[in-house]
Ligand binder design. Structure first.
Ligand code: 9MR
Length: 359
C-alpha cells in the first residue's frame, strides 16, 4: 500500500477510535453498573456557562459544592441561616437527577468574621447551633455530610499532636469532634455522617503518620460513642509523592474493620509546578496523571469504597490553577482532572472508566 494511503487509513482509524471513545457512556453510568456513585465538586456561579455545566450534567451522579455549603455561605451572620448560594446547586441537581453531598459543617477556615471574633467560651454553643441550624434546612435534600473537615494535624507542622490547631480544638479539644457528630445525628437522623481529610494516600512516612493519627482519633471517637459513619479521603494527590497500593489498602481495611464506609471525596492529581511546558509533553503528563488516578481509585474500590468524586471535572476550573504550589509559571492550565476545557475526555477519564469497570 502506498505510504500516503496508509497514512490516510491510519488517520481515519484513529478518528474512528476517537469517535468510539467519545461514544462511551458517561462515567456516572459506567460507575452505576458496579454500584459506584461518581460525582464532582461544582461552583454555583459557573452553572450558567454551558461549557462548564453540560459535562457536569452528563457525567456526574453526585455533586458537592466547592464553597456554597461552607459556614460563611450558610450562616454569614449569627442566626441568619440561608441556602441562597447553595440553592442553584440543589436545583441543578434536581434537574439532572443528581444527589448533593454536603461540605462542610465544621472546618478551621471559611468561617465568617463573627465566628473568629466570638469569645472562646461561646464556641461550643455556636458550633451546636450551626450544625443544627444547617441540617434543619437541608434535611431530606442532602443525605451525606462532611460533618468535620480536616481535623488531623499535618505531622510536619505539628509533630507531637494528632489534632490540628483550630479555634474548635483550642476551645474544646477532641470533644468538638464528638459534639459535631452528636449534634448532626440529632438534627438529621438519616444523613450519613462523614469525617473528611487529606494527606492519607501516599507511601511515605508523613502519610503513614497521618493515617496513624486519623485511626487513633477515630478509635477515640467510636469508643466514646460518637456517631461517625464514614471517612472521606480527599485524594488531592501530588505526583511527586510516591504511591504504592498496599499501605493505602491496609489503611482502608482498618477503617472498614471499624465499621466505617470510605469515600474518595476530592480526587485530583497535582503535577509539580515545574512540569514541562511544551505541547509535545502533554501526552506523557496526561499518562502519568491517569496512571496515578487509576492506581488510587482501583485500590479504594477493591477495599469497598463505593463513592468517588473529583474536585472539579474539567481542567480550566480546577482550584489548582489558583494554588501557588501547583500554579504553572507560564499560566497554562493544570491537567489534574478527567476532561479538558472543551469537554473532551482525557486519559484520566478513561483511567476512571477502567477502574469503575474493574480493569
Ligand atoms: O476548591 C475550593 C476553593 O474554591 C475554595 O476557595 C477553598 C476555600 O473555601 O476551598 C477549596 O476546596 C478545598 C476543600 O473545601 C477542602 N479540601 C481542599 C480543597 C482545595 O483547597
Amino acid at each position: 500500500m502506498p505510504i500516503r494511503r496508509r497514512a490516510v487509513l491510519g488517520a481515519s482509524l484513529l478518528a474512528a477510535r476517537r469517535a468510539a471513545a467519545q461514544e462511551l457512556p458517561p462515567l456516572r453510568e459506567i460507575a452505576a453498573r458496579r454500584g459506584i456513585g461518581f460525582g464532582t465538586a461544582i461552583h454555583a456561579r459557573l452553572l450558567g456557562e454551558a461549557a462548564y455545566a453540560a459535562p457536569i450534567a452528563r457525567e456526574a451522579a453526585l455533586l458537592v459544592p466547592e464553597g456554597e455549603a461552607k459556614w460563611d455561605s450558610l450562616q454569614p451572620r449569627e442566626g441568619r441561616f440561608t441556602l441562597e448560594e447553595l440553592e442553584p446547586i440543589l436545583r441543578f441537581a434536581d434537574r439532572n437527577a443528581q444527589a448533593v453531598r454536603g461540605h462542610t459543617l465544621v472546618w478551621h477556615t471559611a468561617l465568617p468574621a463573627w465566628v473568629w471574633q466570638a469569645p472562646a467560651p461561646r464556641l461550643r454553643g455556636i458550633l451546636e447551633a450551626h450544625v443544627a441550624g444547617v441540617l434543619a434546612l437541608t434535611r431530606g435534600r442532602i443525605a451525606d455530610w462532611d460533618v468535620v473537615n480536616e481535623p488531623i494535624a499535618d505531622p510536619d507542622v505539628l509533630p507531637h499532636q494528632d489534632l490540628r490547631d483550630s479555634i474548635w480544638a483550642r476551645a474544646m479539644g477532641e470533644g468538638y469532634l464528638d459534639l459535631a457528630f452528636r449534634t448532626a445525628r440529632a438534627a438529621d437522623p438519616a444523613a450519613r455522617l462523614v469525617l473528611n481529610d487529606y494527606g492519607l494516600e501516599a507511601s511515605w512516612p508523613r502519610a503513614d503518620e497521618k493515617r496513624a493519627r486519623l485511626l487513633r482519633v477515630l478509635r477515640g471517637m467510636l469508643g466514646r460513642g460518637a456517631p461517625v459513619q464514614a471517612v472521606g479521603i480527599q485524594a488531592h494527590m501530588p505526583l511527586d509523592q510516591p504511591f504504592a497500593p498496599s499501605p493505602f489498602a491496609a489503611f482502608l481495611r482498618q477503617l472498614r474493620a471499624m465499621g466505617l464506609d470510605v469515600l474518595l471525596t476530592e480526587l485530583d492529581v497535582i503535577e509539580p509546578a515545574g512540569a514541562p511546558l511544551r505541547e509535545e509533553d502533554i501526552p506523557a503528563r496526561d499518562a502519568a496523571v491517569a496512571a496515578r488516578a487509576h492506581a488510587v481509585v482501583s485500590t479504594a474500590l477493591a477495599e469497598g469504597c463505593r463513592t468517588v468524586l473529583t474536585w472539579g471535572l474539567a481542567d480550566p476550573w480546577s482550584w489548582l490553577n489558583l494554588w501557588p504550589p501547583a500554579r504553572r509559571p507560564d499560566g497554562a492550565e493544570v491537567r489534574a482532572l478527567p476532561l479538558d476545557g472543551a469537554g473532551r475526555r482525557k486519559p484520566m477519564w478513561h483511567a476512571l472508566a477502567r477502574a469503575f469497570e474493574g480493569r
